[in-house]
Design a protein around this ligand. Sequence first.
Ligand code: 6MZ
Length: 416
Amino acid sequence: MRYVIRQSLCKRLQVQEGPFAELLLLGSGSFSQPALDRPLAGTGAGPGGGAAARARAASSWAGPAMAAEPPGARGFYRQLPKVELHAHLNGSISSATMKKLMAQKPDLQVPHGMTMIDKGKRRSLEECFHMFQIIHQITNRTEDILMVMKDVVQEFAADGVKYLELRSTPRDEPTTGMTKRTYVEAVLEGVRQCKEDGLDIDVRFLLSVDRRGGQIAAKETVKLAEDFLLSTDGVVVGLDLSGNPSAGHGKDFLEPLLEAKKAGLKLALHLSEIPNQEEETRLLLGLPPDRIGHGTFLHSSSLASGDLVQLVRQNRTPLELCLTSNLKSQTVLSSDQHHFGFWYNLGHPIVLCTDDKGVFATDLSQEYQLLADTFRLSKVQIWEISYNAINCIFASSHTKTKLKEQWHQLKTSVLE
Ligand code: 6MZ
């Protein structure tokens, strides 16, 4: 039985050889996890410098620099009220939830290292996308999605997140009968139950279009998003374009994205997460998007891309920035080289986010702490970054006002 699952997993993941095939020795009893938990994966889509530079950076990186930390510093980041706007549901599954899921699926013996990158470890971006495919095998029923949703929301709330926009790719799973529609319904049921439980967090949802699915799937997702936009009283707020940036081309998504925009859905688009995507980025910036995911290579030194920075600045399109994600997936070599510095110095709107808190083993408080330690930001500067993020949410101006009031009420006690 386990062998059959292994075979079908390999087939679905299209893994024939290499470290992932090795990792998919499900149920063999002789599984050796460290193949992927090496400190460096040499195939990452890192910026210039090639494998040697990546090797230098990776070997010198031992996780977030949190050296001379004053007592209580950690408490400050946790108490800080926070807004999270870039979190993929299946990438946000904690190891505790993963354990619960695995307990229900004893035939799927997926080791920890295949769903989470531990502290100080890195992978290539390609490897991260293989990890998501493995996670999708584990969350293939609507009851999994409901449980994951509730746990993820609770964890964000416990971390001091007051407003959360989660995003996820609706999936059909013929083996369990889950459809894209029941997938979204399970997500929304999770939101409803968390609200009923009285959690101190406002949760909204974006439907994700996976680049790998192509235009037809994108159109289907837009249609679904339009339906839920009308029926969920403000919970569904927008659409996300994500997935492996090497898959497909942005031009294939222009039409469905434009349609979504016309229907009133907000657009959060992953743009220039890897180098040399100027043409596609220019095209998608024309929509224009309401927020940009990562934008890691928007400001890269090539003269040709100078106009991209200008476009983003003119529209004051907020950037969703995810430090640990970019470091662990090796699109950024060290935290001090992170493009946060570039955009922050321009006074451009940015929002600090986790991306995939489960896969990258982080939380939003840690991201703020890493940011403050790397760029030597004061508590007041950190407070302002968190407060200004409210302006970038997709919910109504009424919600913005309410959140700002909440921040004002907490300010003195958190900063003192
Ligand atoms: C682009 C990413 C991503 O949708 O199944 N995803 N897309 N760049 C990233 N940077 C690391 N991290 C996650 O969550 C997992 C899916 O989110 C997207 C990928 O499409 C991934 O399959 P959901 O909840």
